[in-house]
Design a binder for this molecule. Sequence first.
Ligand SMILES: C[S@@+](CC[C@H](N)C(=O)[O-])C[C@H]1O[C@@H](n2cnc3c(N)ncnc32)[C@H](O)[C@@H]1O
Length: 254
Amino acid sequence: MNPRITPITEANRAGWNSIAGRREGRPLEQFRAGAVGLEDFERELAGDVRGRRVLQLACSFGDEVLSWANLGARAIGVDISDVAIEHARRRAAEAGIDADFRRADMFDLPADLVDLDLIHLSWGAICWVPDLAVFAGIVAGRLRPGGSVLLCDHHPAWEVLAVRGDNQLAVAGDYFGREQHRATTDDAKLPIGANGESPLRAFVWPVSDVVMALINVGLELEAFFEAPAPQLYAGLGAAADALPACYVIKATAP
Ligand SMILES: C[S@@+](CC[C@H](N)C(=O)[O-])C[C@H]1O[C@@H](n2cnc3c(N)ncnc32)[C@H](O)[C@@H]1O
């Protein structure tokens, strides 16, 4: 086994295999008709992807990869879960979309995935990374000069804050947890398909660590913002507008 793949990663692979079959994407007829299930800011930051090589890491059942393909990209998705990748391949075939799905750990990517124009990670991806410096080095090593990484993920503040009622929050985790992986106990954060219990261990990386890891491998920061998403703090009331729920980074190889 690649020494960079930890026992935690392998345990998460087994956990995701048990969950992935219960996860469903957008109806396929929508993709057949050209649907794009990406946020407007993701599309804007990515720019024109026609003919570009776009890789999504931790792609799950592949909806975002199918979306990049519908925008004209040569789209590739990597996921550690065998079940998720089978699912994604079946969905692409049924939608009639040309997309390339590979089963791999993002720390052990297939050798041909180089010279990429864009590497995309989103909504529950960075929390599976056991070592940020290694991760940033892998991403930088796979981009072509001028290629970018676009990371759009849940804010670590959201990861550690648990809603207890109207305008009431509890600190249920360590914002500076870093390598200390932990099981998700807050129902609001369980992945879809987990059925009330998660066999997964996730990492909480402070936003500043993620930014600095990318800068430290020579990538140039092009965009960085945090944003609220009140629906992620269900039950908190109006205070949810005052909290960060997600963050977005675009960094580009010189
Ligand atoms: C919450 S989903 C990703 C979110 C995806 N963008 C979506 O919206 O569906 C998390 C995915 O990460 C994958 N994953 C976890 N650890 C991974 C790793 N080390 N390498 C690649 N994929 C991984 C899981 O198998 C799972 O499909």
